[in-house]
Design a protein around this ligand. Structure first.
Ligand code: AMP
Ligand code: ZN
Length: 463
């Protein structure tokens, strides 16, 4: 089966057909780097990673970009108006007594460290919004020239009524206001859903980050960065655009509006949205104190692989509930898999278990169905397939699973265990069963199993 993906734009599962079969282009909306990145955010980046790996399994080369938002993401976003409130980066700078640039650099470094610890495929580039200010200004100029903008007191805005397809992704029309609008609307806007392309610096307050533009000194609106970076790095139209489900209604709808109005081309073919990670059945949030980070879970003895396995236990479009118990179950499963692999005997005659590989790939190509793919892993482990072939097949699976299975393949039998087993065989040959039994138990207490075979003994790791 060829790769099929659910497309949030058409709300259907579709065959994946790239614009250029030789190079798939993919963009994932990355973090706003004003604080530590949570395991909620990392769920969305794990979907990006899995998409990348599944595309590679299907033989595609992928050009992959992820942005880092270091300017313009305002606090009003959570209250239904992304053009109001304070710039998150500037706010953290004030709180921590550092410059905006230092704040961004600090959290970027921390993010990338955890990204690597989770073994996520690195994009070709992590693009920082402040490195693309010129590109953003150029794009806004293009929109202005084509008559899609208007200026009000606090900035230059996109006029959503000029774009007939507004609402294709979100389902909202330009004269509606977002469900979440819980703050006073900006009455100068022509339509409630119009959004800022460029915001002017406040008169009464100094900003760390501001730039000159044809419209006045200020900073870019939140949405324009993604459109501009995509245009510069990947071109006018891309294959896959992904992010968390919260971005679908406003941020992604606005990216489409800007990009399609500027270029006159379709922006992205497939929109992939990851459902939120919840905690104990409710919202995860910094203010609630449950926006756990990778170091938080590692401090409790959990491994990055356990978190990855936990993510893969649910389909990316289903909400996933984080509990410590669920993470413990994931860690147990990963450990069991490592232990089993450690007991398998390698052989030069190993072959791929093709039936299992086919089933595994079918699950991947069925809209990245990781729970189904994991089920195939356990079916293989329980099957009659030769141990050496199990190893070969699991290593192939692991190109997508990313659990580091290769580190557990093959094992050295400690000399001490080997000697004990030899002595035991001697006792058995002499019919001294009680002593042989005693040694067997000693070997077991050291974590190994000894089996009697025709030409002597065989040692396995105990699971
Ligand atoms: P932000 O740092 O808020 O700009 O979010 C960065 C990315 O993480 C976006 O794609 C969000 O949609 C996503 N995200 C944020 N919180 C969660 C969550 N609890 N579960 C899954 N994805 C999330
Ligand atoms: Zn974006």
């Amino acid at each position: 089966m060829a790769l099929q993906l659910y497309n949030s734009l058409t709300r259907k599962v579709e065959d994946f057909i790239p614009i250029n079969p030789n190079l798939v282009t993919m963009y994932v909306c990355g973090p706003t780097v004003y604080d530590f990145v949570s395991i909620g955010n990392f769920r969305t980046y794990t979907t990006g990673d899995l998409l990348f790996r599944v595309l590679s399994e299907n033989g595609y080369k992928v050009k992959y970009i992820m942005n880092l938002t270091d300017v313009g993401h305002l606090t009003g976003d959570n209250l239904g108006d992304a053009d109001s409130g304070e710039d998150r980066i500037e706010m953290s700078a004030e709180k921590e007594g550092k410059s905006s640039r230092d704040i961004a650099n600090f959290y970027i470094q921390d993010f990338i460290k955890n990204y690597e610890r989770l073994g996520l495929k690195k994009p070709d580039k992590f693009t920082k919004a402040t490195d693309y200010i010129k590109d953003q200004i150029e794009l806004i100029k293009m929109l202005e020239r084509k008559g899609f903008t208007y200026k009000i007191t606090d900035g230059l805005y996109f006029d959503t009524s000029t774009y007939k397809d507004y609402g294709k992704l979100s389902g909202m029309k330009e004269n509606e206001s977002g469900d979440g609008a819980r703050i006073e609307p900006n009455l100068e806007k022509k339509n409630p859903l119009d959004f800022a392309l460029w915001k002017f610096s406040p008169k009464d307050k100094m900003r760390w980050q501001e730039w000159d533009s044809p419209w006045g000194r200020g900073f870019p609106g939140w949405h324009i960065e993604c459109s501009a970076m995509i245009l510069t790095e990947l071109g006018e139209n891309i294959d896959i655009h992904a992010g968390g489900e919260d971005l679908r209604m406003i941020h992604h709808q606005n990216e489409i509006a800007q990009s399609e109005c500027a270029t006159g081309k379709k922006f992205a073919s497939y929109w992939v949205h990851t459902a939120f990670l919840q905690v104990d059945g409710g919202r995860m949030g910094r203010s609630i104190g449950n926006a756990y980070t990778l170091p938080d879970i590692e401090a409790k003895g959990f491994t990055p692989a356990a978190l990855r396995y936990f993510y893969m236990g649910a389909h990316y479009r289903k909400k996933l509930n984080f509990t410590w118990e669920a993470l413990q179950n994931a860690q147990n499963a990963v450990k069991k898999l490592y232990d089993l692999v450690g007991t398998y005997e390698e052989s030069k005659d190993a072959v791929l278990a093709i039936d299992f590989l086919d089933k595994f790939n079918e699950a991947l190509n069925d809209d990245i169905n990781m729970p189904e793919a994991l089920a195939v892993v356990w079916e293989l482990v329980k099957s009659e397939v030769a141990e050496s072939s199990k190893i070969t097949t699991l290593l192939k699976f692991d190109e997508v699973l990313g659990l580091g299975i290769e580190n557990y393949v093959g094992f050295e039998i400690p000399v001490e265990i080997e000697n004990l087993a030899r002595v035991r065989t001697q006792y058995r040959k002499s019919g001294i069963w009680d002593k042989a039994d005693l040694i067997r138990r000693e070997i077991e207490s050291k974590g190994y199993l000894v089996e009697d075979v025709a030409d002597g003994f065989r040692i396995k790791r105990k699971v």
